[in-house]
Design a binder for this molecule. Structure first.
Ligand code: HPA
Length: 242
């Protein structure tokens, strides 16, 4: 059976309105995924759901087993993945509370297991990654946002940093010079692995803070949580209209 999977990021370790029908524990050759994969429905549609940081939010971005997560979803029939992510806003137009459907990625992460083609005897493949997010799935999300009556930014370049610390102001200046609009810690290698696995992939990013050096005050987790509480409801409305 073909499924749409939601990978939930910070603020989406659980989805209140998600009606869970089944919990699937999936083994993969790459190790354990972040937790059980839940099968259920949201807004009357069937979805798979996997919280990226674990159900109790104890897996930091650099320790997420991205390969196991993507392979587990693939093995139980996920053909499309919608990733949810909390991000910082770099571009002045990317304000706290805004939703973004990014169209590009710049990968600044290091040391993560980032490919299924790892020289283990299988043929080496070089995937085309010109457009890291599947255009048709992006369009679908944009349509869902319109149906949900939510304003979203159509496009934006997502800089993926290593974390778990936030960036310095100079690092954010550099990312902006590179052309990045938003910054987060989990967009890669997830998007590339989905492409390697032949799964359509797009993301809904919620801007939860001005990036380092872009706001008036230091970035606090309390402020992030407050914005996320509202922004996550908007993102869920988009999913309900998918
Ligand atoms: N930087 C990196 N990741 C983030 C941020 C940020 O400012 N906000 C939420 N995730």
């Amino acid at each position: 059976m073909d499924f749409v999977a939601i990978i939930g990021g910070t603020g989406f370790d659980r989805i209140d309105d998600f009606h869970e029908r089944e919990r699937l524990r999936v083994d993969t050759p790459w190790g354990d995924p972040s937790g059980d994969i839940l099968r259920g429905s949201l807004g009357g549609r069937d979805f798979l759901f996997l919280p990226r940081h674990g159900e109790s939010h104890d897996i930091p971005p650099h320790r997420v087993n991205y390969r196991a997560n993507i392979d587990a979803l693939r093995s139980i029939g996920a053909r499309r993945i919608i990733a949810l992510a909390a991000v910082g806003g770099i571009h002045a137009l990317m304000r706290p509370g805004d939703l973004v459907i990014p169209d590009q990625v710049i990968d600044y992460t290091w040391g993560r297991q980032h490919t299924f083609f790892d020289g283990d005897g299988s043929a080496v493949e070089h995937i085309d990654f010109t457009h890291p997010y599947t255009p048709a799935l992006r369009e679908h999300l944009l349509g869902a946002a319109i149906r949900a009556g939510k304003t979203v930014h159509d496009g934006g370049t997502y800089a993926v940093t290593q974390g778990p610390r936030l960036e310095t102001a100079a690092e954010i200046d550099r990312l902006e010079r590179d052309g990045a609009d938003i910054v987060g810690m989990t967009g890669m290698p997830e998007a590339a692995l989905a492409r390697e696995a032949g799964i359509d992939y797009a993301a809904v990013a919620i801007v939860v803070n001005p990036a380092a050096g872009r706001g008036e005050a230091p970035i606090t987790l309390d402020d992030i949580r407050a914005v996320l509480a509202r922004g996550s409801l908007d993102a869920l409305e988009v999913l309900r209209h998918c």
